[in-house]
Design a protein around this ligand. Structure first.
Ligand code: ADP
Ligand code: MG
Ligand code: ZN
Length: 481
């Protein structure tokens, strides 16, 4: 029998606010444990929460970015009660029943195929603390409450995904727009983006969904893909044996590359939700959403399309050049300053992207200013330096010494290209005189020997001859005579 997987995704991202959602503590990542806490986020008796306006605004920004058809008029909060050592209050303040927004969508692309994935709802809530389990001799666990109360956006998709690759593409698309719009830094390594896929399997052609399981503890896109693939196979195995899948929460074990049941899936009523008595509902005026919509930056899809049509670059180049707002701004600054979008794109894709990958380039603080790279591109266009020397020698020197002007670098490195026709002509004449046999063969029709002559000229000039001029000179001189 053939089976089909159904996948829905629950994603949490930390909203990019300076302070927590219900108190004034800092949200900065990486501080000493338990230094960013107060009576509110520690859940001390009598402490009262105050809603962070910025968290609501970022939530609305997400609603607009993800094209939600419905934004709630009054945002209300609820208590979700459960006990866990990382939750000092004994409950989480979240939204229940009426989430911030509903019915959104996002486009994904898998193997060139576009697909729209529905967003069921968006809501805002608080994060819990972090448990650190010691590994080794002592059986101790530590808790860091710094993360308690950091604002979270929950994004729940419709069960529209069908394959691990689609799930991956969905997460990548989501991360991209969320980062782009400045909603969250969505860094998975810092736990700023976390996801929990829900998976079920049904015989192909069936209308009804199978029983689902939820996967937890996934900390990279690659693990998400692997864990989903594992879970799909596990479900199929159960169905093939004629057994029933049990609804459960599964824990992914990265080392063992397998998922095992953590607990039976909890239901909403297990949490004894009730309206949060310490926070009043906030009315979200229509104007606020409209204002946020008006201020929304250009999103990646639109940007890529504009790069392709506006600068005449290839879609693959546009994908790299628009990979983040910082890279996109840099690309545009270089393109405008040098007047050649194609050359600018080639440099971003070939040279800048590798510098980024090698950790030599911080996209938020470019080591080589856009004007300097543009000036280098113009030097190449003018024949003052060869493209190869610019890439392999001049640019690395500029990377190392951020103040260095490309002109200076070219001269310091002795790479100024010989473009003086009279001097090159003398070299060409010498080369022709020294290779009479090749000259005869060339004139008999062995035109590929041109490369040999170019090579000889390059050798004499230590690679500094302007190849364009050398080619012209050689063709002319070899043709006549
Ligand atoms: P809960 O509130 O228990 O977490 P939801 O109904 O909110 O459950 O759904 C959570 C996620 O599971 C959603 O992304 C949804 O699309 C997905 N989902 C629901 N049913 C199924 C199913 N049978 N198979 C796969 N995914 C499902
Ligand atoms: Mg849920
Ligand atoms: Zn606090």
């Amino acid at each position: 029998m053939e089976y089909e997987a159904i996948i829905g995704m629950e994603v949490h991202v930390q909203l990019k606010t300076a302070s927590k959602i219900y108190c004034g503590c800092s949200t900065a990542f990486g501080a000493e444990p338990n230094t960013q806490t107060c009576p509110v986020c520690l859940g001390l008796p009598g402490a009262l929460p105050v809603l962070n306006r910025k968290a609501v605004e970022l939530g609305l920004k997400a609603a607009v970015t993800l094209v939600c058809d419905e934004i709630v008029e009054r945002a209300a909060f609820a208590r979700k009660n459960y006990f866990y050592p990382d939750l000092p209050k004994g409950y989480q303040i979240t939204q229940f029943g009426a989430p911030l927004a509903r019915h959104g969508r996002i486009e994904i692309e898998v193997e060139g195929q576009q697909k729209e994935i529905g967003i069921r709802h968006l809501l805002i809530e608080e994060d819990a603390g972090k448990l650190i389990h010691s590994e080794g001799e002592s059986d101790v666990s530590f808790v860091d409450f710094n993360r308690c109360g950091v604002p979270l956006l929950e994004i729940v998709s419709e069960p529209d995904l069908r394959t691990p690759a689609e799930a991956h593409a969905y997460l990548a698309a989501l991360k991209e727009v969320i980062e782009y719009a400045g909603i969250s830094d969505a860094d998975m390594e810092k736990g700023q983006m976390r996801c929990e896929p829900n998976i079920s399997v049904r015989p192909r052609g069936y209308k009804e969904f199978g029983t689902r399981t939820e996967l937890k503890n996934l900390n990279s896109f690659r693990n998400v893909e692997r864990a989903i693939a594992f879970e799909i196979e596990r479900h199929i195995g159960i169905l093939e044996r004629g057994e029933k899948v049990e609804q459960a929460t599964m824990l992914w074990d990265e080392r063992a590359q397998r998922a095992s049941p953590m607990r039976v899936k909890e239901e909403a009523h297990d949490y004894r939700y009730f309206p949060e008595p310490d926070l009043t509902a906030v009315t979200l005026g229509r104007d606020l959403a409209a204002q946020i919509r008006a201020e929304l930056p250009e999103l990646p899809r639109a940007k890529r399309a504009r790069f392709v049509s506006g600068y005449g670059i290839a879609p693959e180049q546009a994908a790299v050049c628009a990979s983040s707002p910082a890279v996109a701004d840099y690309f545009e600054a270089v393109a405008k300053a040098c007047g050649d979008g194609n050359e600018a794109a080639k440099w971003i894709v070939g040279v800048v992207a590798s510098a980024v990958n090698e950790g030599k380039w911080d996209v938020n603080a470019p080591s080589v200013a856009a004007e300097k790279l543009a000036a280098l591109i113009r030097l190449v266009a003018d024949g003052a330096v060869s493209g190869i020397a610019a890439r392999e020698n001049v640019f690395p020197a500029m990377l190392e010494r951020p103040g260095l002007e490309p002109e200076e670098a070219v001269d310091e490195l002795g790479l100024r290209q010989m473009s003086d026709e009279a001097r090159l002509e003398a070299v060409v004449d010498r080369v022709i005189a020294a290779n009479p046999g090749e000259v005869v063969r060339y004139r008999r029709g062995e035109e590929k020997l041109l490369g040999y002559f170019v090579g000889q000229v390059m050798e004499e000039t230590k690679g500094r001859a302007n190849p364009k001029i050398v080619n012209q000179l050689l063709r002319r001189k070899l043709a006549s005579g």
